[in-house]
Design a protein. Structure first.
Length: 81
C-alpha cells in the first residue's frame, strides 16, 4: 500500500541511487528515526494512561513484532531482574 505514484517512486529511487553510500545511510537513519517518533506518538495517543514502561513495551511490539518483542522482554528480565 502506498500513496506515492509510480512516477514519484521511480524519481525517489533514482535520487537515492545518485547519493553516496554515506548519504543513503544518513537518509535511511533519518527515516528510521521519523518512524520511531511516529510510532511512539501513536502509542501515546491510543493509550494516554500508559506508563513509560508500557509505552516502550507497546512500541517494541510494533517495531519488532510480537514474537521478537517477547524474546527481548524475557531476556531483559533475565539480565536486569
Amino acid at each position: 500500500m502506498t500513496d506515492t505514484s509510480a512516477k514519484a517512486a521511480q524519481m525517489q529511487i533514482e535520487a537515492l541511487r545518485r547519493m553516496t553510500p554515506g548519504k543513503r545511510l544518513s537518509v535511511a537513519l533519518g527515516w528510521s528515526q521519523t518512524l520511531r517518533t511516529l510510532i511512539l506518538q501513536q502509542v501515546r495517543q491510543e493509550k494516554p494512561e500508559a506508563s513509560e514502561q508500557e509505552v516502550r513495551a507497546l512500541f517494541a511490539i510494533r517495531w519488532l513484532g510480537p514474537e521478537l518483542a517477547a524474546k527481548v522482554a524475557a531476556h531483559a528480565i533475565k539480565v536486569h531482574g
